[in-house]
Design a protein around this ligand. Sequence first.
Ligand SMILES: [Zn+2]
Ligand SMILES: [Zn+2]
Length: 286
Amino acid sequence: METVTAKGGEERARQVMEALAEAGTQNPELADFYEFHQRIFQLQHEAKAQITATLEMLDQEVLRARVRQGLPQLSFAQLPLEAEGFSRLATEIAQTLAQYDPALAVETDGLEEVDWLSLAGRRFEQGMADESEEEAPEEAEMGLVETAVDLALQPYLEWAAEQVMPHVDQERWKRGCCPVCGGAPDFATLVEETGARHLMCSRCRSQWLYKRLQCPFCNNADHTKLLYYPSEDEVYRLYVCKACKHYLKALDLRKASHRVVLAAEPLLTVAMDLAAQEQGYKVGAF
Ligand SMILES: [Zn+2]
Ligand SMILES: [Zn+2]
């Protein structure tokens, strides 16, 4: 069983790396972007492959109750993070980021002193939807260490999510935030003839069922304020919400003829991010 999982992981990783390399070849102006993401993905993949811990799962009863209450399943304490290894990974990611983005290179002083584990804990909480808050909190500033720690957390979140997600009752969730980690979606897929829409978590890569015509970021369901722009071949859609000014990229799997590597899609569609941001829309967040 374990070997199969490990092999499956290797195969998926190879597909992602290939898709990113191919995208770099196809879009020479984005070659650096895809090269950077291949390096980051490689680091994340190695970190994930090295996890030997066992996830302490919640009791099934508790799990179901949390789904009913709209609470995500995962807590930061469940992640198998140990200070030394995690700090090494985050530092290496920060150095890689600085190499590719000169604007961030000025922030590399003092990287050794960063308390990566505490920062990871804060970022985990900050990225969660908090429905008790009336007003959205000020967006946290994304400097070098914040970006690095988010990327370093990802393999651990994915590892946990793969184990938790099969136990989540999709029909009972249907919320804008991730049922596993509470994070915001950054991608969606349209699957069946009915047009069921699944959202994909920007943090742990879980996918969950959501309503087709509602904004996951502000719950706006007013159809006059929700639009989407299809790509010329209708394979992709850019959803925008005029109420909260967030956007969401989507892939229509009914129309896609290319071999889809879903884990790479959020990066393969970077041109859509640029187009949306040019129009004044923001990456989805809570
Ligand atoms: Zn998640
Ligand atoms: Zn909205």
